[in-house]
Design a protein. Structure first.
Length: 260
């Protein structure tokens, strides 16, 4: 299994990261994508990846932390993308968030600047959304972004899902679907082929149903697999195989048996 979105560099994992990765691997998770959120965290990601080569990395400026950024932040991202181009697999986590106390115009400007960097470096993007699907889709179309990516923590209608899929994006499926109240997303996924999906936990956030208020971890990825296999009326093995293939195809990795 591959966890396509987990923040293992955050302080929540500082004291027991060895155990977290060991327990996740025991649960069958063999590869992890750790996205970046702020310039101050990028070095922590690199340090972590030097210890655990099964981690894939992305750098980005997350809209939630917009207040921490300044005029040089995009330049710092460009410099880091260039310096670590042999390691980084994507630009992210980037996007738009309607709950952040920053103007939509400023967020869109930051997003578009990062999208341009991803285009220049020929990298996919890891996209954050919160009540911003319509505008994100519009900006992606305006930019004619060709390198695709992952819609992190997808939740929404089948129509919104298809809008992203038509542009070549994969949908990141996480703990949301373990909640029965997520009817719109669950109903949409029932009709979306597995070839458009990847798995994710968003650890330490987005805990599974029954674990509200507790730290999330990649070791709980099998719970998402179980629910998704029920929604798709297929086996867990099929879900793992197809989502792992999708991930490897996006990032142009050769797939090994350990990813399954």
């Amino acid at each position: 299994m591959i966890d396509s979105h987990c923040h293992l560099d955050l302080p929540a994992f500082k004291d027991d990261i060895d155990d977290v990765i060991a327990n996740s691997e025991k649960a069958g998770v063999t590869r992890f994508l750790v996205p970046g959120t702020t310039p101050s965290g990028w070095q922590r990601q690199l340090d972590l990846q030097s210890r655990y080569p099964q981690l894939d990395l992305a750098f980005g400026l997350h809209p939630y932390f917009f207040a921490e950024f300044n005029d040089s932040s995009v330049q710092a991202l460009e410099k880091s993308l260039d310096e670590h181009r042999d390691i980084l697999v994507a630009v992210g986590e980037i996007g738009l968030d309607a709950t952040v106390d920053t103007s939509a115009q400023d967020q869109e400007s930051l997003f578009s600047a990062q999208l341009a960097l991803a285009k220049n470096f020929r990298l996919p993007v890891i996209l954050h959304h919160h009540k911003t699907h319509h505008r994100l889709i519009g900006l992606l179309k305006e930019a004619a972004f060709p390198f695709k990516g992952i819609i992190h923590a997808f939740s929404g209608s089948e129509q919104v899902a298809n809008d992203y899929i038509e542009m070549g994006f994969l949908l990141g499926i996480g703990g949301t679907i373990t909640y029965e109240r997520a009817k719109k997303t669950r109903n949409a996924l029932a009709n979306i082929p597995l070839r458009h999906l990847v798995l994710e936990t968003d650890a330490p956030d987005m805990p599974m149903a029954g674990r509200q208020g507790l730290r999330n971890s990649p070791q709980y990825l099998p719970q998402i697999v179980e629910v998704l296999s029920e929604l798709k009326a297929t086996t867990s093995e099929d879900v793992i195989r197809q989502t792992s293939q999708n991930y490897c195809r996006l990032f142009k990795f050769s797939q090994t048996k350990s990813d399954l």
